[in-house]
Design a protein around this ligand. Structure first.
Ligand SMILES: [Zn+2]
Length: 74
């Protein structure tokens, strides 16, 4: 029983493809999976700030106008 538990705990799986981890590429199974994870991470970081900058410039003036109109109506 204990042997099985030990094996499950020590055997880690690659987060990208689920294959056993290669100590040379921890925590991934190969350089390819490490690159895939890095690309996902980088693209996520580049996408979020770029969108925020555009939205702030475009939305703020429009929101101010809408708020004024609502108040004038009441
Ligand atoms: Zn992998």
């Amino acid at each position: 029983m204990n042997e099985i538990d030990h094996k499950t705990l020590s055997a880690r799986a690659c987060p990208i493809c689920g294959k056993p981890v290669d100590p040379a590429f921890e925590p991934f199974c190969s350089k390819r999976c490490a690159d895939i994870d890095l690309n996902r991470w980088l693209s996520g970081i580049y996408t979020i700030p770029a969108k925020d900058d555009e939205d702030e410039d475009g939305e703020r003036p429009a929101e101010g106008e809408a708020g004024e109109n609502e108040r004038a109506d009441r």
